[in-house]
Design a protein around this ligand. Sequence first.
Ligand SMILES: Nc1ncnc2c1ncn2[C@@H]1O[C@H](COP(=O)(O)OP(=O)(O)OP(=O)(O)O)[C@@H](O)[C@H]1O
Length: 236
Amino acid sequence: MSALIQAQGLHTYYGESHILHGVDLHINAGESIGLLGRNGMGKSTLIRTVLGHVTATRGSITVRGKNCSRAQPHQVAKLGVAYVPEGRGIFPNLDVRENLLVAARPGFGGRQDWTYERVLQTFPRLTERLSHGGQQLSGGEQQMLAIGRALMTNPDVLILDEATEGLAPLIIAEIWRIIGAIRSTGVSTLIVDRNYRKVLANTDRCVVLEKGRVVEEKDSATLSQQTDLLTRYLGV
Ligand SMILES: Nc1ncnc2c1ncn2[C@@H]1O[C@H](COP(=O)(O)OP(=O)(O)OP(=O)(O)O)[C@@H](O)[C@H]1O
């Protein structure tokens, strides 16, 4: 299987701080990957490096075989990689409908699978809020809108960093349902979430980071049985 995203030997710094120490990551078409590790281990930095928000000082990144080691975020996005950032990034002054439509564009190779109607079918709650401004939405609705906006770009890979952070339990359950629904359509997902059990249950494979290094990489079903490893690396 050819990897949609292939990162090898990434070293990333913030100023003098050396955060990633030779990280490899690959995501195949249709695959769902979890990124696990305690706070501050480099999960968001890895995502930001792959997306081109930060440039690795060493290592290589390819997306669909194209060299993206020095790519800008919009170039990575054009290759079919969508990102739902921690903190959401919706337009507060636009209503739900406008927020979705302004994000719409064909995916890589002109794919237009995710129409406005289809996105709304996935998010019944947004359908009830179409004319509400972004700033009038609850945190959970804003998160759904952020995911909906990412889908409007017809991505092949959807990256979710702490998608359930700070939300009420019922809304969290709804977000996981949505992630499952997206996964079943064949879109690849890369998921970071504090609830490692949910990550393990909703992914094919997990990569565990500790202090900027990959310390485990296993299929999620196997890893979920290995409580010794989970205790060691996730402190649970
Ligand atoms: N913009 C930045 N400038 C300097 N240091 C940073 C910056 N962002 C993150 N760091 C540091 O880099 C390290 C890795 O952070 P990162 O956010 O990638 O970890 P994480 O595994 O995603 O953890 P968390 O769940 O807490 O976000 C931490 O020590 C953090 O303090």
